[in-house]
Ligand binder design. Sequence first.
Ligand SMILES: Cc1cc2nc3c(=O)[nH]c(=O)nc-3n(C[C@H](O)[C@H](O)[C@H](O)COP(=O)(O)OP(=O)(O)OC[C@H]3O[C@@H](n4cnc5c(N)ncnc54)[C@H](O)[C@@H]3O)c2cc1C
Length: 439
Amino acid sequence: MVAITEELVGSLLDITGYPASDFFAKLLAIKLLFKDPMIINGREIMHEIFIETEDQRAILETVQRFVESEVTPRSAELDANTDPEASYSWEIVEKAHEVGLRQATLSEKYGGMGLDSLTTSMVIEELGKGDLGVSVIFAQTLKIAKIMEAALNEEQRSRVLPIFAKDPRGMLGIGITEPDNASNYFIPHPTPFRTTAEKTDGGWIVNGMKHFISNGNRASFYLVFIQTEKGTPLAEGSTCFLLERDREGFSIGRVHDKMGERLANNAELVFQDCFLPDENIIGGLNNGFKVLSEFLPQSNAYAASSILGVAGACYEKALNWTKIRVQGGKPLIEHDGIRAQLAEMRMLIDASRSYIHRACYLADNQDQGWDKTLGVLPKTMASQAAWKIATWCLEIHGGHGYMKEFGVEKLVRDAAAFLHSDGVNRTLFLKAANFMYED
Ligand SMILES: Cc1cc2nc3c(=O)[nH]c(=O)nc-3n(C[C@H](O)[C@H](O)[C@H](O)COP(=O)(O)OP(=O)(O)OC[C@H]3O[C@@H](n4cnc5c(N)ncnc54)[C@H](O)[C@@H]3O)c2cc1C
């Protein structure tokens, strides 16, 4: 922590050129010069998670422009396709590559911007305001790229990251869920994964399948969790493998036909005597769950950011409608009941965002107070908020909201997505309780 006196602030203001009377300028000046929580005359002032930096603002403006020009004009039409594969847009992916968004979490060494978790969550939320599916395909890719850079060994990194970084269609996926093992890995149940690997010369023969996998049919590289130790629980006997899309014996099964989040594809990953070499093991044999807990602390908060984007879109839509719809002799916004409802929506969004930002900041700075519930609860909060806000948006639109052409119906379908994705909410509450009362 940095203790700051009035004298020090005064000299900082001289350096930065801000008018000394402007309190917010003072905060900004201090923020620009110090990264840690700060003390002014004995009082702690705002922590950096509550202040958007210049860099973050510039990045978010780029993302807003990207959403306006590439996502918003396409979203409703793509969503309306009955074939789930037709709802996916490579054009959006390629444009994201052009602006550097697709690969933004990679370090500069690999052509990225090295975004931290807090900034990444802001980007994901901004994308979610445009379209949930688009937010999810990039949230997965941004998250897994970062994990890969941290968890892969040097040889693996040099095989994968330059290819991924250059490929305008390079997307990433993570395969854990199976038809028989889903909540079983969130609340570790002593059962093995059904996707298994048998040892052979120089590697492993894999058989089985994963399902519901985001980017499953679109990714070029995956992290997959496979049972390598027979007869042991999945949390103890599974290994994280790097999987390349073109491996013999690996294929894509069904592409799931989802209720919402349609601009993202989810698919089955099928393994039929698929050979994976020893060199593709990530983080050591039977260490799959160690990889999960070590390298994915912010995963839940990213999911929360995607769905919070939908909540924000619902709020904006509801607000706009209240300004133009006149009933009872005045616009809806002038009715007290509606005004109070809008304020409650705002509260739910702000509180969810604060929770997400705290989780992301602490995921990157665990020595400052990370606790494991931050890895499971932000998504439950944001998805419950989004669901409530979406149904209120529908209510505020009255019968108009039920008509497809108003676009509320799509938002309601999207808002349901994260009540279950990334762990069913009820299961995550149980997981948090197990962390809270583990002693
Ligand atoms: C859109 C979408 C995207 C996804 N993307 C991915 C992905 O990229 N990669 C991936 O690996 N997975 C992915 N998943 C899978 C997701 O994580 C699972 O759907 C989720 O874990 C829940 O599993 P399930 O749907 O089979 O529900 P189940 O596990 O069958 O749960 C059903 C119900 O039983 C309850 N329940 C389960 N166990 C317990 C228990 N022990 N105690 C009390 N209640 C319990 C649950 O709370 C729930 O209400 C995705 C899912 C969706 C819908």
